[in-house]
Design a protein around this ligand. Structure first.
Ligand code: GDP
Length: 500
């Protein structure tokens, strides 16, 4: 069971049923519905939300005064609060608390745009405190902070950084997920939380998956590996459907076409390599093709007219790894393809390129792959050494390479390098090419930490600001990292903190 909370922060947009409105207080009572994300079914409570009034009215006694102040009532301790309003507020708080007690996962939504003022927003700090105080003692529910309304690359455009996220993590509920419930961004991350919660719940209740029609379902359920969500992107007629069929029929273990991560998408779930030594792996291929009107709403991509690009950008947001399919003539990449590849990297997803229809090429598949790779490297250097596989989906050649490559890229994208290993590596890299002096002082880079994965994100600490260290030096560190840790086809984000 999942519960979503927060005041007018876009909770309604995450489920089809709730009324969505910009007016605070639209969702007055607790609403229940059944949701489905990444194949996990759950009961969802959409609560009234909690603001100062609710927090205060029934439990702390402070709310009447605060609410009164906000409503313009004079600061007069003898002022009589509106009793009816108080009863409504008390009811809302009780409903919300009842939902909290029932939930396994509490999605704690807040307006992510408020983070940019620096530090944890006051209302979120208050809410976190309230939640800690009122959650039943010993409650095992997981609270997940969700910074909402961060569609497209709003976060980077606002200048958002990992330090703000780290700081929020100190509230005791981990770093927030960056999401946009209206646009569907970040739903793959929310799905990850739910998949994990379902696993925990089953373990707690001693449930093992029932063996059904799928002969490999036992294998899928015993796999502790996170399912990989991938999207197949590209222009019309390059062979996306043919590739999907080839991938799926080769594995022949489809667990069914299920409603996808949003009500606008479908996902094909299947298990790959049930008998291989490293164990089986679940994949979910999301497909949002044909949802063009919805895509157009995406404000960050408003200027894009091309439907295949809009479909791609929408699917990409639901995926961990994106496979961009091109065809032979794409030895000259089109503008659409460059836009898609660029979007994938900017969204922080991982990218693999499939150069399809190799059967129509004169040269060898290797020459074809190298030709495409040169194009991507030249036009999109920040895509970062992407892996290109030359395939013929029609004749099945090289199809067997696709999922292992996607899996490898997914692992790198998820990878957390230990601080010890990272710093040993960092000392060697800095010694091999020391940074130049900044402001008349010798630059000392003291250490590096990995702030997060998905995509790999690092922070260097030293006696310089990012600007003084210079973009070229950060690029040098990034390239070394990519070469040494194999993080191909994804952004590697690196920030610098001056500790002086
Ligand atoms: P989509 O629009 O990207 O999904 O493309 P489709 O999968 O529908 O394929 C478009 C056309 O290209 C179909 O006629 C396919 O048979 C053909 N096609 C797909 N893959 C290949 C391939 O590897 N080689 C050749 N020669 N044709 C292919």
């Amino acid at each position: 069971m999942t519960e979503k909370r927060g005041r007018n922060r876009g909770k309604g947009g995450m489920v089809g049923r709730a009324i969505v409105s910009d007016v605070a207080g639209t969702t007055r009572d607790r609403r229940e519905t059944i949701g489905n994300l990444a194949g996990v079914q759950f009961k969802i409570f959409d609560t009234a939300g909690v603001d100062d009034d609710v927090m205060g009215s029934s439990f702390t006694g402070r709310g009447k005064y605060r609410g009164a102040k906000r409503r313009g009532v004079p600061k007069n301790p003898t002022a009589v609060p509106d009793i009816r309003e108080d009863i409504v507020l008390k009811g809302m708080a009780e409903q919300t608390l009842a939902a909290i007690d029932l939930a396994d996962v509490i999605l704690f939504l807040f307006d992510g745009r408020s983070l940019i003022k620096g530090g944890s927003p006051n209302d979120v700090v208050e809410m976190a405190r309230w939640l800690r105080r009122h959650r039943a003692p010993g409650a095992s529910s997981q609270v997940v902070l969700c910074a909402n309304k961060l569609e497209g690359d709003a976060w980077s455009q606002m200048g958002g950084g990992d330090d703000i996220l780290n700081e929020m993590g100190r509230l005791g509920f981990g770093e927030p997920l960056l999401i946009s419930s209206e646009h569907g961004d970040g739903m793959a991350d929310v799905a990850g939380v739910l998949v994990e919660a379902e696993r925990r719940k089953k373990e707690e209740l001693g449930i093992t998956d029932v063996e059904g029609e799928d002969p490999y379902s036992w294998a899928a359920s015993t796999s502790s590996l996170e399912p990989i969500t991938m999207a197949i992107l590209g222009r019309q007629n390059v062979g996306k459907s043919t590739l999907l069929n080839a991938l799926v029929s080769e594995n022949r273990v489809i667990t069914g076409s299920v409603p996808g991560l949003t009500r606008d998408s479908i996902a094909v779930d299947f298990t790959y390599g049930p008998s291989r030594p490293s164990g089986p792996r679940s994949f979910s291929i999301v497909d949002t093709a044909g949802i063009r009107r919805a895509s157009r709403r995406s404000s960050s991509f408003d200027s894009i007219e091309d439907d295949s690009v809009l479909d791609a950008l929408r699917s990409m947001k639901l995926a961990h790894v994106c496979v961009l399919v091109l065809e032979a003539e794409a030895l000259h990449l089109t503008k659409q393809e460059l836009t898609i590849a660029d979007g994938v990297i900017r969204e922080g997803r991982a990218l693999v390129v499939v150069a399809n229809k190799s059967d129509t090429m004169e040269g060898t598949p290797d020459e074809y792959a190298m030709g495409v790779k040169d194009q991507v490297d030249r036009f999109l250097p920040h895509v970062g050494d992407v892996i290109v596989i030359a395939t013929s989906s029609l004749y099945g050649s090289n199809i067997s390479h696709v999922l292992p490559v996607v899996e490898g890229v997914f692992e790198s994208w998820n990878r957390r390098v230990t601080t010890g290993e990272l710093n040993k590596w960092f000392r060697d890299v800095v010694a091999s090419n020391p940074p130049r002096m900044a402001r008349g002082r010798v630059t000392k880079l003291k250490y590096i930490v990995q702030a997060k994965a998905r995509p790999p994100t690092f922070r260097i600490f030293g006696n310089v600001d990012e600007k003084d260290l210079g973009e070229a030096y950060v690029r040098f560190v990034r390239n070394q990292m990519r070469a040494d840790f194999g993080m191909e086809g994804m952004a590697i984000r690196i920030g610098v903190t001056n500790t002086n």
